[in-house]
Structures are given as C-alpha cells and as structure tokens.
Ligand binder design. Structure first.
Ligand code: FES
Length: 79
C-alpha cells in the first residue's frame, strides 16, 4: 500500500509535514514498514480542504486531528 501526502504550498501551510510525521509514527508503531510506503507529491489540485492524501485512486483530506481515524479506517482496515 502506498500513501501519498501532498507537500504543495497550500497543504504545507495546513500541516502536511506534521501529517507525514504522524503517519510515519503510526506505520512504525504498527510494524508496517514493509507493507506501507509513504510518499510525497506536489499539489494534487485539491487545496480547498485539509492536507490532501491519496491511497491509490482514493483521495482524503486530513488534519492533524483526523489522521488517527484515517489510519485506523483506511490503512489498518484495508491491510
Ligand atoms: S497544495 Fe496540496 S492539493 Fe494543492
């Protein structure tokens, strides 16, 4: 599974760096280093909401507050 986090300027301002750190932490904590790859991309053209994150063809809008929920549901829940 590959999770891609937008690090374009708008998402950067909304905390993409923090989101990446949180995701990295969750991945390590759950021993998923071999199963989940974390990548970065520039603007996905979805700057309106929170930090844009994609898994395959699906897009999500994350904030530092909902990363945990996202991880449980869309990463742990799909593995
Ligand atoms: S900067 Fe992230 S979607 Fe545009």
């Amino acid at each position: 599974m590959k999770i891609t986090v937008c690090i374009g300027s708008s998402c950067h301002l909304k905390g993409s760096k923090q989101i990446v750190e949180q995701l990295r932490h969750f991945i390590e904590e759950n021993g998923l280093n071999n199963m989940v790859e974390l990548g970065a991309t520039f603007c996905m053209g979805r700057c309106q909401k929170g930090v844009s994150v994609s898994i395959g063809e699906k897009f999500y809008s994350l904030t530092p507050e909902n990363v945990n929920e996202f991880f449980n549901k869309h990463v742990l829940g799909e593995i």
